[in-house]
Design a protein around this ligand. Structure first.
Ligand code: PNS
Length: 170
């Protein structure tokens, strides 16, 4: 209608390896979902990580199960440059979680490189909630490999599946 602004849906992309999704990731997804109309959780198919611990399809399944209670979250995967994927999705905001100073250097570099390649895409950082600041997917994988308990580290709904997955691959 003339004179009326058409409000555009605010979409953000939360990219990562999610191998597997942790409570720290879920915290960021939930909080991003409170700010944006749509959050696309995008699993990177990273050739340098040699296929990863879990196949991408399994990682997506686990993210989907963990986020089923949230209305505005979708799960996807991408290959290649993140900024190309942003273009494909017509999204202009990348969400990243920051746990500690150790994350800062690499995240700063990635944000700068992405900005240099595509200045219209913004990277926004969210500080991880303190109770999850020590959690990482690599720590989860290591604890599981020694049959340790990860129930405080990953979403409850995927706990059994992740533990069974581990039993089946060893
Ligand atoms: O969970 P991770 O492993 O820290 O996520 C890193 C990820 C997947 C977000 C990053 O490696 C990425 O964006 N990969 C896609 C390739 C790309 O765009 N590289 C250029 C930025 S340096």
């Amino acid at each position: 209608m003339e004179g009326r602004a058409v409000l555009k849906e605010k979409i953000c992309v939360y990219p990562g390896s999610f191998d597997p999704i942790t409570l720290g990731h879920l915290d960021i997804i939930q909080r991003a979902g409170n700010i944006f109309d749509q959050v696309i959780v995008a699993v990177a198919k990273n050739p340098s990580k040699n296929g990863g611990w879990m196949p991408v399809a399994k990682r997506k399944e686990l993210i989907y199960s963990s986020c089923r209670h949230l209305k505005n979250i979708s799960v996807d995967s991408f290959e290649g440059l993140l900024i190309d994927y942003m273009e494909e999705k017509k999204a202009s905001v990348i969400i990243k979680g920051l746990r500690a100073v150790t994350d800062f250097e690499s995240e700063f570099q990635m944000a700068q490189l992405n900005h240099q390649m595509k200045p219209t895409v913004e990277t926004l950082f969210m500080m991880t909630s303190p109770q999850y600041a020590y959690i990482s997917s690599s720590a989860v994988r290591e604890i599981i490999s020694f049959q340790g308990d990860v129930k405080e580290l990953i979403p409850q709904v995927i706990l059994e599946e992740v533990m069974n997955y581990r039993k089946n691959i060893t």
